[in-house]
Write a protein that binds this ligand. Structure first.
Ligand code: UD1
Length: 334
């Protein structure tokens, strides 16, 4: 039996693929390469030392997905495929609703048809919205997201809960990611944003590489340790290990379970810049600009539920994350 990994050529998906294979799972990747490259599949195969079946399909394509399910023995799905650019989702909300929601429904229908009962979903801490106190716990109310991208994550969570309610043999695990950074120790896979990065770490690594002149820090007047925004950065390899734990959980339980995947520790933008400089010896020129609309001052995860029920916790430090992000950036551009 195999795990279907949608978006398996993406930043997070590729690390999940490597980790699953290392833990003895058979993995089948589905990716349309709209925001990734087939080279990544070769890199995963290099890391794992074996071929990885990959379908270059859009998971909204129900005929293509049906063919995949007919050809492979899939007993679980980890669904990472999706559009993820917050700003674009505000400009083009229907593009996000059509793609992200349709993908989840199409996969669920294919699973239903083929008797596949385990669904692990790549959700986001963004579903906690702006009203909850920190740290975020899984039982807090969700859904007051500030953008269409976040709402697609929330709506899919709700759809999955309904699907699990309607079929008591089904198992759904919703994983709420905090801020994944870092890269595989091989430096063969990592984050490869298209164009100007929206997220902090790729902007930092591109600044260190001289591709960007100066890092813009979005506000230093937040009520935080040094005025800059605080997030819970988690190494992408720790995050990937959380998925292995979630698959184990899904094989032992039915119904819906929600888990935060974070470290439980907040780091400010300036603290991350300093940690990067320490870990890599590179200087990061920066200037403080205005706040970015929609940003929250500070949030991080309560990780106690994942520790207790998944028997998982993040192990890597901020320095590990910085070092590995930089190693990947250097491998990418020499
Ligand atoms: C963002 C999304 C979140 C999504 C995640 C994916 C928003 C509101 N949230 O999280 O929904 O799941 O990306 O990774 O967009 N910063 C700078 N300069 C930069 C970039 C970022 O100062 O050039 C700051 C931000 O203000 C923030 C922190 O760095 O305080 C982290 O930002 P980012 O990496 O974009 O992640 P989030 O905004 O937390």
């Amino acid at each position: 039996m195999a795990v279907l990994l949608s978006g398996g050529a993406g930043y997070i998906g590729s690390h999940i693929a490597a980790e699953l294979i290392e833990h003895g799972y058979d993995v089948v990747i589905a990716d349309d390469f709209s925001n990734s490259s087939p080279d990544v599949i070769a890199a995963i195969e290099h890391i794992s030392g074996r071929p990885v079946p990959c379908y270059a399909i859009d998971v909204k394509d129900n005929l293509a997905l049906d063919k995949l399910f007919s050809e492979q023995h899939i007993d679980s799905v980890i669904h990472c495929a999706g559009f993820k650019a917050v700003g674009e989702s505000v400009r083009l909300p229907l593009k996000y609703y059509r793609n992200n929601i349709d993908s989840a429904i199409t996969i669920l229908e294919a699973m239903q048809k083929h008797g596949c009962k385990r669904f692990v979903f790549s959700s986001s801490a963004t579903v906690y919205g702006s009203e909850n106190p920190v740290p975020y716990t899984e039982s807090m109310p969700a859904g007051s997201c500030s953008n269409p991208y976040g709402r697609t994550k929330y709506f899919i969570e709700e759809m999955l809960k309904d699907a699990a309610n309607a079929d008591n043999t089904m198992s759904v695990v919703l994983l709420r990611y905090f801020n994944p950074i870092g890269a595989h120790e091989s430096a063969l896979i990592g984050e490869r944003p298209n164009g100007i990065p929206n997220n902090l770490m790729p902007y930092i690594t591109q600044t260190a590489a001289g591709i960007r002149e100066t890092l813009n820090i979005f506000g230093n007047d937040y009520p935080t340790i040094d005025g800059t925004g605080v997030r819970d950065y988690i190494h992408v390899v720790d995050l990937a290990k959380g998925h292995v734990a979630a698959l184990g959980y899904a094989s032992r339980h039915t119904g819906t379970a929600i888990f935060n995947l974070g470290t439980g520790k907040g780091t400010s933008v300036l603290e991350l810049v300093r940690a990067f400089e320490r870990a890599t010896g590179m200087a990061i020129p920066y200037k403080v600009t205005g706040r970015r609309p929609g940003d929250l001052a500070a949030y991080w995860a309560d990780t106690s539920k994942a520790e207790a029920e998944l028997n998982w916790h993040a192990e890597k430090t901020i320095e590990d994350m910085c070092r590995d992000s930089w190693r990947f950036q250097k491998a990418l551009h020499g």
